[in-house]
Design a protein around this ligand. Structure first.
Ligand SMILES: [Zn+2]
Length: 102
């Protein structure tokens, strides 16, 4: 007597993608120093700050930026802004930290 055996195989796959976002060293007139300008996407992926929030800061002239083939934002301006906001209201939580340790 033949016995028919049926197997169900389930597989899972996880893909990890690391992307190098564009960074440029340039003089920032707001910081009055040589700083790193990054894409909003890069800053967002590194810090967890929403791209929309970065563009809002950019449009309100709170941070320095340059337009080459893409928009690049001064990351030092964002850090200074974070420090300034934290100093003003230390009880407020500002998320500007990496999502994962690099
Ligand atoms: Zn700056």
């Amino acid at each position: 007597m033949k016995k028919k055996v049926r197997f169900v195989v389930e597989t899972t796959e996880s893909i990890s993608i690391r992307r190098q976002w564009r960074k440029v060293l340039a003089d920032c007139t707001y910081c009055d120093a040589l700083t790193t300008f990054e894409t909003p996407e890069g800053i967002s992926s590194r810090t967890g700050l929403a791209e929309r929030e970065i563009f809002r800061l950019l449009e309100s002239d709170a941070v320095s930026f340059m337009e080459v083939d893409r928009v690049l934002v001064c990351s030092a301006c964002l850090e200074n802004l974070k420090k300034e906001l934290f100093h003003r209201s230390p009880k407020r939580t500002i998320i500007l930290q990496p999502l994962e340790p690099e």
